[in-house]
Design a protein around this ligand. Structure first.
Ligand code: MG
Length: 218
């Protein structure tokens, strides 16, 4: 399969790595029976996890519990290693909202057995994205709020100011441990309120007046 790309304004980026922060909001960590340590917990999705824009969300037949995790997603615009916090935001090309779709039943078994989350978190179609907004449109990403509505009811609401590791902190840490690559995506973690999705539901992702897109579940 060709590596997918995303459009940000006039720019097209080929997706490189897809980093996902496992817990970055205290209330979500608590609902998962966990807490937040001194460093981010990060996992990867393969590029084949990206759901093509305009598709419906598919529910795989090997899971009975696909959960929504609504997240602010950062696209990286240039390569960087060991970057400074003061320069971190200059590596951002744009922002989207995304769904870190999770086969919670499969993840639960993986956790019990000490196995990786790759299938639970990285199956084909497990990374859904809205369109990207160029970085200059969001000068203060640490102050945005966003929400996920399902069939008209707000199910998740997040204020980026409540992140345990803010966007510059995440980018510095990723640049030190992995390096940042042009085309990387960073799913910055979900707030509380995760839960199962069902066929026929309409999932609406909203960020201020900048992002408002609805995805349906097939
Ligand atoms: Mg997540």
């Amino acid at each position: 399969m060709p590596v997918p790309s995303i459009a940000i304004g006039a720019r097209t980026l080929r997706i490189a790595n897809i980093f996902c922060v496992a817990r970055n909001y205290v209330a979500h960590a608590a609902e998962m029976g966990s807490s937040i340590g001194p460093e981010p917990v990060v996992f990867l999705k393969p590029t084949s996890a990206l759901m093509p824009h305009g598709d419906a969300i598919a529910l795989p037949d090997w899971s009975v519990e696909i959960h929504h995790e609504a997240e602010l997603v950062v696209a990286i615009g240039r390569d960087g290693r060991n970057i400074d916090r003061a320069a971190a935001m200059s590596y951002v090309a744009g922002y989207a909202l995304g769904l870190d779709l999770t086969a919670r039943d499969v993840q639960r078994v993986a956790k019990q057995n000490g196995q990786p989350w790759t299938l639970a978190k990285g199956y084909a179609g497990s990374a859904a994205l809205t369109r990207f907004v160029p970085a200059p449109a969001i000068p203060f990403p640490g102050e945005v709020s966003y929400r996920l509505e399902i069939d008209g009811e707000t199910r998740q609401y997040a204020e980026a100011s409540q992140m345990a590791f803010d966007i510059p902190a995440l980018l510095v840490w990723l640049s030190q441990r992995f390096g940042l690559t042009e085309g990387d995506l960073v799913f910055t973690g979900t707030p509380e309120g995760v839960g199962p999705i069902r066929s026929g539901q309409q999932l609406r992702l909203v960020l201020g007046g900048l992002i408002d897109e609805t995805l349906s579940v097939a």
